[in-house]
Design a protein around this ligand. Structure first.
Ligand SMILES: Cc1cc2nc3c(=O)[nH]c(=O)nc-3n(C[C@H](O)[C@H](O)[C@H](O)COP(=O)(O)O)c2cc1C
Length: 282
């Protein structure tokens, strides 16, 4: 029996994200149990940027529910990730969670290529902003094997099922989770498969998922991306380890240069007046 975990980044109980996960679940052919996790139910504090998780037994020192969520992910055989669009991007809880991802890389072997599908739901067509890219970033940084990311549109809870196409897509996604990835028609980055780009002037273009750049040209009315891999991050298991080592090394180099860096920092100690909350959190 497989364990499928749905990560729902919507605060709305029985909202579109939750309902859609449950519909996808009806179409997963493999025998499985569905576990649901709403990020808003958990206390997730922001990363402090201390890098301690890279060392002390790879544990994050923040006392919150992060380990609970990570443990649910580690136990899962496959994941469904859904987020509504909030203010032209995915809901902030998703970023809050994956900003803590440095603490996960010690578990890379267990996370690597877990099958996953991701769904963004925006209220208004054309107002989804970066939601799809945010989901692709999440699944890529969590080292999952993202079989499909789709963007759907519906504002009121339940409205998602007023479209026959959305129901068909749910069926396709259910089958894709443990099966073949969904084929995308739109042009993609040849390095990472990302679908979002920034134009840098002339024919230069940069993929916003893997951050590699190159050139764009037209072939039979289709854009062709000629993008080079200068530095990979998570395209192979080896690259994950390389990235992890690089981060650890930055901390070691920092220790060597600490006195010099402190001199630089000391010139900036006293500028400006800080506005603080009324009662500082302990
Ligand atoms: C605070 C807030 C911000 C939103 N921002 C956007 C937006 O920028 N673009 C958009 O298309 N829909 C936006 N929506 C609408 C939701 O994406 C939409 O209602 C979606 O179906 C919600 O999914 P849920 O029912 O699972 O929560 C916003 C909703 C809220 C509450």
């Amino acid at each position: 029996m497989k364990n499928v975990l749905a990560i729902i980044a919507s605060p709305r109980s029985l909202g579109n994200c939750e309902l859609y996960v449950k519909e996808i679940n009806n179409h997963i052919p493999e025998p499985h149990e569905l576990h649901l996790l709403r990020l808003q139910d958990f206390n997730i504090k922001p990363c402090r940027g201390c890098y301690i998780c890279l060392f002390r037994e790879h544990n994050c020192i923040i006392d919150d529910d992060y380990p609970l969520i990570l443990s649910a992910i580690l136990k899962a055989d496959a994941l469904i990730v859904t987020s509504p669009t909030y203010c032209l991007g995915a809901n902030a809880t998703l970023k809050l969670f994956f900003d803590r991802c440095l603490a996960t890389y010690a578990k890379a072997d267990l996370l690597w290529k877990k099958p996953c599908i991701s769904v963004g739901i925006a209220g208004i067509k054309g107002m989804e902003g970066s939601t799809r890219l945010d989901l692709e970033k999440f699944t890529s940084m969590m080292l999952f094997d993202n079989k499909a990311t789709v963007m759907l549109y519906s504002a009121m809870p339940g409205e998602i099922f007023m479209s026959e196409k959305n129901l068909q897509t749910a069926a396709q996604l259910g089958k894709a989770l443990f099966g073949e990835p969904l084929h995308e028609n739109s042009p993609a980055c040849p390095v990472c498969g990302g679908h979002s780009f920034r134009f840098l002037g002339g024919d230069r273009v940069k993929c916003l998922l893997c951050s590699q750049s190159g050139h764009i040209s037209m072939n039979d009315k289709e854009p062709v991306f000629d993008i080079y891999k200068e530095y990979g991050i998570f395209l192979s298991r080896h690259e994950v380890d390389q990235h992890y080592d690089l981060l650890k090394n930055i901390r070691l180099v920092y220790k060597q240069k600490r006195d010099y860096l402190k001199q630089i920092i000391s010139q900036y100690l006293d500028s400006g007046e800080w506005i603080k909350p009324l009662q500082e959190e302990k």
